[in-house]
Design a protein around this ligand. Structure first.
Ligand SMILES: [Zn+2]
Length: 489
């Protein structure tokens, strides 16, 4: 299969005229598509280390692993410290349904859910349908002091995921307003699959908020709709830490002509702990390592400096990349392009250019050399939800790779996000695409760099133009922007 792939690639890739040595780009592509240790790296990261929640010991071990990988490849590397303002760790979740029936449902607390009092809670469950305004109006006062049970349709794709996030944010707001104590969200995925969700408004979330296995939630719903009464008993023990610290892994290949100008490509090393962080985002972590390794091995010298970032603390609210922009603020004017790869291992179809028409135009040009590998589309809309975010708020040109959905939605943040779900063939091609685009930007002639870092006003205009407030609230990052903690001054 691989040899076949190589043959087609010879036909498909064009030479990029921007390459310092025109052979560099095609060499890099061919080598990344050939035999490399990318699969072994991914097995090690997912199977041996496993889930890597920021704040746990295994997360720090995986940081050391990342450092070692770059070192072994001969690439200069550092651990860079950053702060997390609100770590939340669930130590125990014990739940029971009682009343018209008695059983132990499968549940998981949303990240940042409010803990229960030490003795736990026992409260009635109120069926609120899908949790729309009309649904809440129908049940009226019954919601006060109760757990609401919210229905969800099956959701098996990426679009559905974002709809689920945004619905949850609206339902949480209605539930809080109506005086509910807790929310039981019917899982949108079948076969008792549980997944971790971040609660709306982040660390400020004020409800006891859980996801209940779809089949268990349906069972409760049927009983309630048949006139039975149910209580939900739960004890959720959480440790919270303020001002915890962790590390990003930042590797670097120095630019030969304009070393002060920087291109960053990155993927987040941390994951949630139910699965082993394979499609989210181990596959793209090992891609970063593989690209750096092959560039070094082939002695490719980019004109601008390329940094390879293994971000950390992403799942809690992009704390690692936020930390980076704070500690490198003086260099940000010289950051030419930053790219995040965080939407799994489905084939890359192109890039989001995040509301920057001038970035869209140049990315299209740079991408031409790999259009034969499937990267063709430009979506010039801003992505909120991964490590491009703080670069966007700082006005730095930023890209996010867009992928075919392969296996991503169904296993997203779930116990089923494991090595066997990764599309290994596509991952190889993706690494070639990312490497070619990265090198294209690193070697772009100065006169082609037409965009500048945006001013505070331009960032404000971007946020308004694309109505980003709602999604920023949904991901719990609006307050930090509004208060001036985050983003360009
Ligand atoms: Zn991710």
């Amino acid at each position: 299969m691989k040899r076949m792939l190589l043959f087609f690639v010879c036909l498909l890739i064009g030479f990029n005229s921007y390459a310092q040595n025109p052979n560099d780009q095609s060499n890099l592509i061919m080598n990344l598509l050939g035999e490399t240790p990318i699969e072994e790296d991914l097995q090690e990261l997912c199977d041996v280390y496993g889930g890597r929640v920021t704040g746990t010991a295994v997360n720090i071990e995986s940081v050391e692993w990342g450092v070692e990988k770059f070192k072994t490849a001969g690439v200069e590397v550092n651990k860079e410290l950053f702060n997390i303002s609100s770590l939340w760790i669930d130590n125990a979740t014990i739940a029971k349904v009682s009343g018209a029936t008695n059983f132990t449902p499968k549940v998981v607390a949303k990240y940042y859910s409010k803990p229960t009092p030490n003795k736990g809670l026992k409260l009635p469950i109120v069926d609120v349908g899908y949790g729309t305004d009309e649904d809440f109006a129908k049940v009226g006062d019954k919601v006060k002091g109760a757990f609401i049970l919210v229905e969800a349709d099956l959701c098996l794709d990426v679009d559905g995921l974002f709809e689920e996030y945004s619905n949850a944010a609206m339902i949480d707001a209605r539930a809080a307003k109506a005086g509910a104590i807790g929310v039981l969200n019917m899982a949108s995925r079948p076969k008792k699959l549980l997944y971790r969700f971040i609660a709306s408004e982040g660390a400020d979330h004020g409800l006891v908020n859980l996801v209940m296995a779809r089949e268990d939630a349906k069972r409760c719903q049927r009983i309630l709709r048949n006139g039975g009464d149910l209580d939900f008993e739960v004890k959720l023990e959480v440790s919270k830490e303020k001002e915890s610290a962790s590390y990003n892994v930042i590797a670097e290949i120095k630019g030969s002509e304009r070393p002060e100008e920087i291109i960053i490509i990155g993927a987040h090393l941390d994951s949630w702990g139910l699965g082993t962080g394979a499609n989210d985002n181990g596959c793209n972590v090992v891609m970063m390592i593989d690209i750096a390794r092959q560039m070094k091995r082939l002695n490719i010298q980019p004109k601008r400096t390329i940094r390879f970032a293994l971000w950390n603390g992403e799942e809690q609210g992009y704390f690692g990349s936020w930390g980076y922009v704070k500690s490198h603020r003086k260099e940000l004017d010289k950051h030419i392009m930053t790219m995040s790869v965080d939407i799994g291992s489905g084939a890359i179809t192109g890039f989001f250019t995040n509301g920057r028409p001038e970035m869209a135009a140049i990315t299209k040009e740079v991408m031409q050399s790999v259009s034969g590998l499937g990267a063709k589309s430009i979506l010039d809309i801003p992505i909120v939800g991964t490590d491009n975010f703080d670069f966007m708020l700082e006005g730095v040109g930023n890209l996010v790779a867009s992928h075919k959905p392969f296996n991503y939605g169904l296993n997203y943040h779930a116990s089923s996000d494991t090595y066997d779900k990764v599309d290994l063939e596509a991952l190889k091609v993706n690494s070639a695409i990312v490497a070619a685009v990265t090198l294209g930007f690193a070697n772009l002639p100065t006169e082609k760099v037409s965009w500048k870092r945006q001013t505070h006003k331009e960032v404000v205009d971007l946020i308004n133009e694309f109505n980003l407030e709602f999604s920023m609230r949904m991901f719990g990052v609006w307050k930090d922007w509004e208060s001036g903690e985050r983003g360009r001054k």
